[in-house]
Design a protein around this ligand. Structure first.
Ligand SMILES: [Zn+2]
Ligand SMILES: [Zn+2]
Length: 171
């Protein structure tokens, strides 16, 4: 084994030992361990400081990405035209007013830019399209859920982020 610091050959006595026992090298070794520990601690602190707002944003990004991939071969949910190269994940119940269904897969479908951005979701046609996809019963259930009130906790949001990161991998 070659010492990371002085480049001299040495025989490691510990698993994964990168430095020899030369005083200077040990000093560098200790510093690098401290640095590693500090980086780990900083990451934990950062995770703890992530706010609900930030996590909500992140969850939205990951969830919407999943929806766009899930629906990539479908037409626009509202106008039934091809999605085109750039398209959105359109919420039937808006994410602002209906927190309960923000991350509900039945509530979000791929939408062309025209419908999503220029026709404010083209909601009348969205209703027809969504009914075709989730059925009348699904739509009734979605309506019931949409009007419940709830807040997501940080742990719930983290779970949503992890869940959809995993689901994206399977697509
Ligand atoms: Zn050394
Ligand atoms: Zn459309």
């Amino acid at each position: 084994m070659k010492c990371k610091q002085c480049k001299a050959e040495f025989t490691p006595v510990r698993f994964n030992q990168k430095y020899c026992f030369n005083t200077d090298c040990v000093r560098v070794w200790v510093e690098s361990e401290k640095e590693k520990q500090w980086k780990k601690k900083k990451k934990v602190l950062k995770d703890e400081l992530q706010t609900v707002q930030e996590l909500t944003k992140l969850a939205q990004v990951v969830f919407n990405k999943y929806i766009r991939l899930r629906d990539k071969n479908k037409p626009c949910v509202s106008c039934d035209k091809p999605l085109g190269s750039k398209y959105d994940a359109g919420h039937y119940f808006s994410s602002g007013g209906h927190k309960t269904v923000t991350f509900n897969e039945d509530n979000v479908h791929a939408q062309c830019v025209t419908c999503n951005q220029h026709k404010h979701g083209n909601l009348l046609n969205y209703q027809l399209g969504i009914q075709k996809r989730i059925g009348a019963d699904g739509l009734i259930e979605l309506h019931a859920k949409a009007y419940e009130t709830r807040k997501f906790t940080r742990d719930e949001l983290k779970e949503i982020i992890e869940t959809y990161k995993e689901k994206i991998k399977t697509l």
